[in-house]
Design a protein around this ligand. Sequence first.
Ligand SMILES: [Zn+2]
Length: 430
Amino acid sequence: MFSSNLLALTSLLAVAVQATPLDESWLQPRDSPVHALFSKRAPSPDDPNFASNYPAAGSTPGSDKLPQAWIDKLNSINLPNVSVSNPNNGYPTYADGETPSDQHICSFTYECVTDDDLHDAPSGIFALSFDDGPSNVSPDLYAFLATNNISTAATHFMIGGNILYDPKGMQAAVNAGGHIAVHTWSHQYTTTLSNEGVLGELGWTMQIISDLNGGRIPRYWRPPYGDVDNRVRAIAKQVFGLETVVWNTDSADWAIGGDPSYTHDGVVSQVNQWLTGSKDKGLVLLEHESKQTTVDVFKAIFPSIISNGWTIKNVADAFSMDWYVNSGKTNTEAITTMSVGSGPNTLAVTNSSSSQSSASASASASVSGSITSAAVSASTTSAGAAQSSGTGVNTAANAAQSSNPASSASQKAIPGYIVAGLGLFAALLF
Ligand SMILES: [Zn+2]
């Protein structure tokens, strides 16, 4: 079912992107690099054995559940020298007392973001997303989105295990035109997981989403609790081509019903204050489709989003990027053949020729300008810090959710292992 013959990719240098009609019997073009990482199949949610196609929900898939192609790809890349963190009640700590906000670790829990992170939306844009679905309150949310004609303007960061329980819940979002993205298989603190653990959490969620959406491979993921560092970013990007999406404002909707200092009215009031503020920097607001209280917060703030002149877009559209690795904008566009060729740490193959390396280098260089504008990396240190301290979003709220220390350090770190411009190109690959 899984091809491990990654060496076949060596012959696919610089294949042009080419639209092909959706073929339900073979959901990816046979020569696509994605073929090597994900099986082509479409198990029916009506099949009583649907769940048997996947690892169990609720825990990190074991190493015995990892397709060899994923392991081979992982072994072919260079990871930054960042150790597995210790959970420490949501304050991840690292070996030798290293500082998590240092650029070589760049933990978002400690408010470090990289140029590649999708963090601040463009001016005037409200990037709409909901985490933790599908759940029993998703139908209520989807009905509200449909009533207000914004079903296609929402990104749903879904948990693979939740999809396993409720595949038709995910398909409801797809059929409504929503954008589907990855929120891991079992919602762990990803920096505490081994490389193989991260592989399983991301890969299996991508597989089940792909299976239920015509073979479209997700392009975006959001780390649970915002817990991500450069090791996890590298696995997400270099193995799977995933863009890491965090947030610049936390609605704290998740805290209602848990922390008594967070009430519906209080959360809505705080969000409304942000909505009436400056639109110079767009919003990437953390919201959830996990409980009725979280859905009710969105229903309450929606009129203010409109009345204050924000433009609502899903995460991909907010950053003017395609929705999926191998398809365009919507859940119905044709799946495309991948371009092949990359910078040094991206391509699956390890036996690439010198001519390929040369061609790859120039190809990466040619897109370096576009990635700068496409990624809209407006997450400057001062702006990010100002928003955090001015609004309290990344301090009190995160402290309650993930014990996020209100670190004063907020760097825009550029990991040395990520070649400038590689991001967009890598996303075209896997
Ligand atoms: Zn979550």
